[in-house]
Design a protein around this ligand. Structure first.
Ligand code: NDP
Length: 341
């Protein structure tokens, strides 16, 4: 089997030299284990954090260890009573051609219910993150205004579509005219701004203010950086900020380092949260896993009915995963980034 390991820890933005393709013998499943030949695996922003040797909510990938990822594929050998060859399954197999895991850690998939890759995006961890963050910490109400960046990605696109379905005005922020068009045409947002078209936060803020005449009630935070700086002064009193991610700062190292002057804004930030009585709630999706059944019950039928749409960006071949990953962190992906094997 082949897999991609972490060759060295990146300084700043990752490069292809931080990864290495390795070959190892195909494992034989031990008692209770299942061997799966992967068809696809997922590339997600959180993997950038796993490349650093920094204290976080999850252990870093060790040097020489296989990069973490959720994947889907077909069972080729099983030593677990719940799986047999030919079954389809999802598991945390890593950036690899095959994976061998205990059957109890796998989720069986029914390929007749739709593409199994949905388990990596709209009906998997990212889709669940959007739903859980919005419903648990966003308190969406009809007539309110929601802003979400990385608007065409798997998290942002479900946040916006769910908010639209609940009667909110939804403004996306995305990188590039094509993505903004996708937010309008494919995902049904009310408006979408191209953050690359504005030199600084105040220019972006002026455009956002025009797009949000009643202010912003919910800012679903995916990116931070310039977008956060633009959004904060426009938040309405009592506004909610589900703090999901901050991809604009993932390459900047540990918080506390000078992030392009961002830390100079700290007193202003704190004061805004105070005087506007903002509800800022950081969350890590693994803590909310108990709600996954509820999510599937609500969202899977909406996906099947075409009420929630999803777009996949498929890179071909394991060897191209590092390039696709780097591209995704820079905003080169259009929709959920996956790798096909
Ligand atoms: P995406 O597929 O949307 O990919 C990341 C996107 O971030 C890029 O496509 C790009 O979109 C945007 N981006 C990158 N750099 C910048 C920048 N400097 N300024 C503005 N936008 C930028 O990612 P996901 O939908 O998978 O994830 C979205 C967020 O959710 C991430 O922050 C991720 O870490 C977080 N997350 C958090 C979880 C949790 O448990 N808290 C779980 C899952 C995801 P564009 O070109 O449109 O700007």
């Amino acid at each position: 089997m082949q897999h991609i390991v972490l060759a060295r820890r990146p300084e700043g933005a990752p490069t292809t030299d931080d990864f290495r393709l390795e070959t190892s013998p195909l494992p034989t499943p031990a008692e209770g284990e299942v061997l799966v030949k992967l068809s696809h695996f997922s590339l997600d922003p959180y993997m950038r954090g796993r490349m650093d040797d920094a204290k976080s909510y999850a252990e870093p990938v060790p040097l020489g260890g296989t990069m973490t990822a959720g994947g889907v594929g077909e069972v080729v050998a099983s030593n677990h009573p719940g799986f047999e060859p030919g079954d389809h399954a999802f598991g945390m197999f890593g950036w690899a051609s095959h994976g061998c895991l205990p059957g109890k850690e796998l989720q069986k998939l029914d390929p007749t219910m739709g593409p199994t890759t949905a388990a990596l995006g709209v009906l998997g961890m990212p889709g669940f993150t959007g739903w859980a963050g919005l419903m648990t910490y966003g308190d969406p109400k009809p007539g309110e205004t929601l802003v979400v960046a990385a608007a065409t990605g798997p998290v942002g696109s479900i946040v916006g579509q769910l908010a639209k379905a609940k009667g909110l005005r939804v403004i996306g922020i995305a990188g590039g005219a094509d993505k903004c068009q996708m937010a309008l045409d494919t995902f049904g947002f009310d408006a979408c701004l191209d953050h690359r078209a504005y030199d600084d936060a105040s220019a972006l803020r002026a455009a956002l203010a025009d797009a949000c005449p009643d202010g912003i009630d919910i800012y679903f935070e995916n990116v931070a950086g310039k977008v956060l700086e633009a959004v904060l002064p426009l938040m309405n009193t009592g506004g909610r900020i589900p703090l999901c991610g901050m991809v604009a700062w993932y390459n900047a190292g540990a918080l506390g380092a000078n992030q392009g002057g961002a830390m100079d804004q700290l007193p202003k930030l704190w004061r805004t949260i105070l005087v506007k009585r903002l509800h800022v709630h950081g969350f890590i999706i693994t803590d909310l896993w108990g709600k996954y059944g509820e999510f599937m019950k609500e969202v899977a039928p909406m996906v099947a009915a075409g009420q929630i749409r999803f777009v996949e960006d498929v890179a071909q071949g394991l060897e191209n995963a590092p390039t696709a990953f780097i591209r995704m962190l820079e905003g080169g992906n259009k929709g959920k980034q996956i790798v096909a094997l």
